[in-house]
Design a protein around this ligand. Structure first.
Ligand SMILES: [Zn+2]
Length: 101
């Protein structure tokens, strides 16, 4: 007799984001600023950083945007450190424009 086969369906903490950019996943404003500062520190000299797309734009913590790379948002990439690189606004929106909702 095999009883008690209790199985909760679904795994906890699994979130599937598809197609849309989840605003909550990007964090609040202070977190985003800290992330931008991290980009400038890590990829630049702490004050300025070049656009990763090579357009020649010089960005600061106020103008840099985070491009999800190497795993893009459409492949489930997140904005966590290690999956972002600095990009200027025009390059970033051109790159991920299809994801806007
Ligand atoms: Zn650019």
């Amino acid at each position: 007799m095999a009883g008690g086969h209790h199985r909760q369906s679904g795994a906890p903490g699994v979130t599937v984001t598809r197609g849309t950019t989840n605003r909550n996943a990007r964090g609040g404003s202070p977190a985003r600023r800290a992330r931008r500062q991290w980009l400038v520190d890590t990829f630049g000299d702490g004050a300025t950083v070049g656009c990763a797309f090579g357009c020649g734009a010089v960005l600061t913590v106020d103008t840099v945007t985070a491009d999800r790379y190497p795993v893009p948002g459409c492949n489930g990439g997140t904005y966590r450190r290690g999956n972002i690189r600095p990009a200027c606004g025009p390059c970033n929106s051109r790159h991920g424009g299809a994801l806007r909702s």
